[in-house]
Ligand binder design. Structure first.
Ligand code: ATR
Length: 276
């Protein structure tokens, strides 16, 4: 009998996760399967009970359920609790434990690219759900400092306060961030600006970016956003959202299977789906 894993969301038909995980399962020859399930918000509790009663190994949770799912779990990992969102559930003998591998996936993609990040100065643009996951995970991993810049300053201040429990953290305005860009080794766009390049302006100009710094975007459609193209033009290295997506999946896969995730296979499958 195959162990079942999956992803729940609403909508879900465009999810890249089923093919990515199926390719990993096939690569390692595991007796497992991964499916996408469309779950309406009002059916979330029943769906989670189903994970328990049907004995699924675990599931990924995506929009709009990442926050709402928390009260239905038996246990929530500390980082996921702080982020306030769960994207991965593991079923241990009927007990469901929630994790957030989004932020940790981002950290792992950073380390794979540039090695030790302990001495890096980081700027995160945005202070919404995605930034919470990434900024808290980066702070908790340990960097020299993390600065949050956000259109709504009070939200940036709130997130910086949370991050300052782990490392030096402050909040600045978008204007100040643009002026002081040279100071940062890693700059991350966590906003969804860039998904519709024809109607949206970049969150801030990258002309002052330091040469050799790493500019990241969490967006993966398009694979190379206007923000990343601009960064490249200014002499920075770039990291696209495909990497974070692959690593968040890899960390979930490793929790469910106990196996090392076949990253190259997973990345290839995602890029093929994105037409890249
Ligand atoms: P997500 O879960 O994707 O992070 P979110 O929680 O709605 O989505 O957060 C969106 C983030 O993008 C916020 O930081 C938001 O800034 P505000 O807090 O000021 O709303 C930022 N954002 C969205 N559109 C923006 C725009 N046009 N200019 C600047 N920032 C924008």
């Amino acid at each position: 009998m195959k162990e079942v894993m999956g992803v729940i969301g609403f909508p879900i038909s465009h999810s890249l996760s089923p093919e990515m995980h199926e390719s990993a399962i096939k690569k390692l020859g595991l007796k497992m399967a991964y499916h996408a399930f469309l779950v309406q918000p009002e059916q979330l509790k029943q769906a989670i009970d189903g994970v328990r009663s049907l004995g699924f190994r675990g599931i990924n949770v995506t929009i709009p359920h990442k926050v709402a799912v928390i009260p239905y779990l038996d246990e929530v990992d500390e980082l996921a609790k702080e982020i306030g969102a769960v994207n991965t559930i593991v079923n241990e003998d009927g007990k469901l434990k929630g994790y957030n591998t989004d932020g940790e996936g981002f950290v792992r993609s950073l380390i794979e690219r540039i090695g030790n990040i302990g001495e890096k100065k980081v700027l995160a643009v945005g202070a919404g759900g995605a930034s919470r996951a990434v900024s808290l995970a980066v702070a908790k991993h340990g960097v020299k400092e993390i600065t949050i810049t956000n259109r709504t300053v009070i939200k940036g201040e709130d997130l910086a306060r949370n991050c300052s429990r782990y490392t030096q953290s402050t909040s600045i305005s978008l204007e100040d961030a643009a002026r002081n860009l040279m100071e940062y080794d890693i700059i991350i766009n966590t906003t969804s600006i860039g998904m519709k390049p024809e109607v949206e302006n970049m969150p801030l100009s990258l002309t002052n970016v330091k040469k050799g710094s790493l500019v990241c975007d969490l967006i993966y459609t398009p694979i190379k956003t206007k923000w990343l193209k601009e960064a490249e033009k200014s002499g920075a290295d770039i990291l696209n959202g495909v990497e974070m997506f692959v690593y968040q999946g890899a960390l979930a896969f490793e929790r469910w299977t106990g196996e090392k995730a076949p990253i190259a296979t997973m990345r290839k499958t995602v890029l093929r789906q994105l037409g890249g």
